[in-house]
Design a protein around this ligand. Structure first.
Ligand code: AMP
Length: 311
C-alpha cells in the first residue's frame, strides 16, 4: 500500500442554496481517500460509531480502499452540520459533534506502518501526532487542518508542523494561523514553523503552491454548476497526494501536476452533494478535465514590444 490517510469519517448535514442532505457520507478521510484511490492504493485510519451505515462502508471498500485501520466503536459517528450562503464561498459550521472521535486512540495496522505517503487529513492534531508516533517517517507527509483546530488546539497543531513535509490550508486558515493578511507572508510563516512546502487553497480562485524557494499558481477549474462545496478541500488534498504517490519523484513539476489533479478532482466533488459525483468517475473524464485545465493555464511568451509608444 502506498498511502495512509488519517482523518474524520463523518455523517454530514449540509444545506446550500441548491439543496440539502442529512446524515450524508462525509469526513476528511472519506473525501480524500475516494479522490486518491483513482491514482494509488489508499488505507484509512479513523473511527465510526454503531450508526454508520453499512452501505457507506461498501462505497469505500468497493473502490479498494483498505479499511483495517477504520475502527468501529460504541457511540455515535462524528457528525458535522453546516451551510453555505449564496456565493458558496465558505462553510458556516452549525454543529461539530466529535462523538466517537473524542476518545479515539488510533492503532495503526502493521501493514500501514512503513507507508511512503501519509496524509494527516483534517482531524484533532493530537490524533495526527498519535499516528506519527506509530509509523516510520514516510517519504512525504501532508497535513491539513481547519479553523476549528487552529482556534481550539493551536499549540498541538504547531507541534505537528516540524514533523510534516507540506501543509495544505485555505486562505482564511493561512491568515488566521500566521496572523497576517498577506498570503506570501503567511506561507513563509508556516514554512518557518517546520514544513518545506505549503499549499494555500483559494476556493474558486485556485491555489498557490510553495516548495522551498519556488512558487506555482493554479487556477480553479471553471464550472457551470456548484451544488455543494463540502469536501472540496479534502478532495483536492487526496487527489494531490494520490497523484504524487503515483509519480516518480518529488520535483516541482510533479508537485504542479499533482496540484492540478487535486484541482480537477475537487471540481467533480462540488458538482453534487456528498460524495455522489466522486464515486464513479472514469479515467477519461478525469483526463479530459486535466487537458482542459492545461489549456486554460497556458501562458505564452509576451509578443509585444515596449517601444511602440514613441519611446
Ligand atoms: P472541506 O473539504 O473543508 O469542505 O471538508 C468538509 C468535511 O470536513 C465534511 O465532510 C466534515 O465532515 C469534515 N469536518 C468538518 N469539521 C471537521 C472537524 N472539526 N474535524 C474533522 N473533520 C471535520
Amino acid at each position: 500500500m502506498n498511502l495512509v490517510i488519517v482523518g474524520s469519517v463523518a455523517l454530514d448535514d449540509v444545506k446550500t442554496p441548491l439543496g440539502e442532505v442529512k446524515n450524508a457520507l462525509g469526513g476528511s478521510a472519506v473525501y480524500s481517500s475516494l479522490s486518491a484511490q483513482y491514482f494509488t492504493q489508499a488505507g484509512v485510519v479513523g473511527v465510526v460509531g454503531h450508526d454508520f451505515p453499512e452501505n457507506y462502508l461498501q462505497t469505500l471498500a468497493a473502490r479498494s480502499i483498505r479499511l483495517e485501520g477504520l475502527e468501529k466503536a460504541p457511540g455515535e459517528t462524528f457528525h458535522w452540520a453546516g451551510y453555505y450562503e449564496y456565493d458558496m464561498g465558505s462553510a458556516k459550521t452549525l454543529d461539530t459533534r466529535l462523538n466517537v472521535f473524542a476518545a479515539f486512540d488510533p492503532k495503526i495496522p502493521s501493514a500501514f506502518k512503513s507507508v511512503p505517503y501519509l496524509f494527516l487529513a483534517n482531524i484533532d492534531p493530537e490524533l495526527q501526532t498519535k499516528v506519527l508516533n506509530q509509523i516510520t517517517r514516510p517519504r512525504f507527509t501532508l497535513l491539513d487542518t481547519m479553523n476549528f483546530w487552529i482556534e481550539t488546539k493551536r499549540e498541538a497543531l504547531l507541534a505537528v508542523f516540524p514533523r510534516v513535509d507540506m501543509v495544505v490550508v485555505n486562505d482564511a486558515e493561512a491568515r488566521q494561523l500566521a496572523g497576517t493578511p498577506n498570503l506570501l507572508q503567511a506561507a513563509r510563516w508556516i514554512r518557518n514553523h517546520g514544513p518545506r512546502g505549503v499549499i494555500i487553497k483559494k476556493g474558486e480562485h485556485g491555489a498557490l503552491l510553495f516548495w522551498e524557494n519556488e512558487i506555482a499558481a493554479l487556477p480553479a477549474f471553471p464550472l457551470d454548476t456548484v451544488r455543494d462545496p463540502t469536501g472540496a478541500g479534502d478532495t483536492f488534498a487526496g487527489g494531490f497526494i494520490g497523484a504524487l504517490a503515483g509519480s516518480p519523484d518529488l520535483t516541482m513539476d510533479n508537485f504542479r501536476r499533482a496540484a492540478a489533479m487535486g484541482t480537477i478532482m475537487a471540481s467533480f466533488t462540488v458538482e453534487d452533494f456528498s460524495t455522489r459525483r466522486l464515486e464513479g468517475l472514469s479515467e477519461e473524464e478525469i483526463r479530459a478535465r486535466y487537458r482542459a485545465l492545461q489549456k486554460i493555464s497556458e501562458l505564452k511568451d509576451f509578443a509585444g514590444d515596449f517601444s511602440s509608444n514613441g519611446r
